[in-house]
Design a protein around this ligand. Structure first.
Ligand SMILES: C[S@@+](CC[C@H](N)C(=O)[O-])C[C@H]1O[C@@H](n2cnc3c(N)ncnc32)[C@H](O)[C@@H]1O
Length: 350
């Protein structure tokens, strides 16, 4: 287990409540509160939706005014403009007034992104600290642990870090660690990946020091939050890992890159909250041989509410009929699956 050392941040209280509204970010109108009203925003009504198209952003003056106003707000300006535009296309037509549309879009963006980062402070300082520690593995490991408290999803893993890191490492290298899957022949020959895509990465790439990857393995990470992306980019550079971090709305465009392993950790509920069927489309269009999909088993507020059973069902629906072998991963405090393609693509060249 990881002790909390001096100088480390304590885990963020697991609440999706009022996050991170920064001083000076005045609400645009007295519309609905941006705080989630009840329990957190983790829900998932994933249903098989064959080949839903990506959302075509409909741009007009009204759309652009909403996007501009949302991106001008301090609390939202770090988010991907493509995501804001996509969410506006979906949400704005549901209401009549501009101020209602702005509030609706902000609420959705809070649920899928900002709710996870109430404990993210001074991202520029974090990136600076990482750069200053470049090449010093011990310092970078300590910093990584400390910084992972800044995102709810990685903070949740820290109390079980010593248990989850080897499991993720096994899965990334192609061994599920599940006795059942091994008995069913589901275990694939372990192989070190040459390229990993971490989709909706949060601060998960800061786990790299515990994943047993060669520095030559290209690790590309995407998230809609540019503050997280800047920290991840600084970390990749300081650690000397090939790859990069990029601001990208993974629900707005198909992921065209080829990879050996794709990580989709705790991200499906966020994708489905914007548009049901997005994760299914993602799985249908990915060019990868292995995908690791996980779900949270507790709400951001720390309650259970039967999420394991709900997400197990959601996952079954998500992969129904798709050409993947499925093995459940034995992850502590997280529902996880290793998907291996039934007809593998050629591995990514080193
Ligand atoms: C539940 S967190 C999971 C983070 C990370 N995968 C982990 O497990 O530690 C969801 C993350 O997805 C990001 N996100 C939400 N919607 C996204 C989208 N459409 N494209 C890319 N990232 C997205 C959020 O900013 C947030 O960091």
């Amino acid at each position: 287990m990881i002790p909390i050392r001096r100088g480390m941040r304590r885990p963020a209280p697991r609440s999706a409540g009022s996050p991170a509204r920064n001083a000076g970010d005045t609400p645009t109108q007295p519309g609905p509160s941006l705080r989630p009203t009840a329990t957190p925003s983790r829900h998932d009504d994933t249903t098989p939706t064959e080949g839903i198209p990506v959302v075509q952003v409909v741009r007009n003056d009204a759309h652009d005014r909403v996007v501009t106003e949302v991106l001008a707000a301090r609390h939202f300006r770090h988010l991907s403009p493509d995501l804001v535009s996509r969410v506006t296309t979906i949400e704005a037509p549901k209401v009549r007034r501009h101020d209602e549309a702005v509030a609706r879009v902000k609420r959705k963006l809070h649920q899928i992104a900002n709710a996870y980062t109430p404990a993210l402070h001074a991202p520029r300082d974090a990136a600076e600290a990482l750069r200053a520690a470049a090449g010093d593995e011990d310092a970078l490991r300590t910093l990584a642990i400390s910084l992972m408290y800044g995102h709810a999803s990685t903070a949740e893993r820290l109390p079980v870090h010593d248990l989850i890191a080897p499991r993720l490492r096994e899965a990334i290298h192609g061994a599920s660690g599940s006795d059942e899957s091994i008995a069913q022949g589901g275990r694939v020959k372990a192989e070190t990946p040459a390229r990993i895509l971490d989709l909706a990465c949060g601060l998960n790439p800061l786990m790299i020091p515990w994943l047993g990857l060669p520095r030559t393995c290209r690790y590309d990470a995407y998230d809609v939050d540019s503050r997280l992306v800047s920290i991840v980019q600084a970390f990749l550079e300081a650690w000397g890992q090939a790859g990069s971090a990029t601001v990208r709305d993974i629900g707005g465009q198909d992921t065209a890159e080829t990879a050996d392993v794709v990580l989709l950790l705790k991200a499906v509920p966020c994708l489905e909250q914007v548009r049901v069927g997005t994760s299914r489309r993602l799985l249908e269009t990915l060019n990868a041989n292995r995908v690791i999909v996980t779900y949270p088993v507790q709400s951001l507020g720390g309650t259970d509410r039967g999420m394991r059973a709900t997400y197990r069902q959601a996952f079954d629906n998500l992969v129904a009929g798709l050409p993947w072998h499925v093995a459940e991963l034995r992850l502590p405090d997280e529902l996880g699956y290793l998907l291996t393609r039934k007809a593998p693509l050629a591995p990514v060249a080193q």
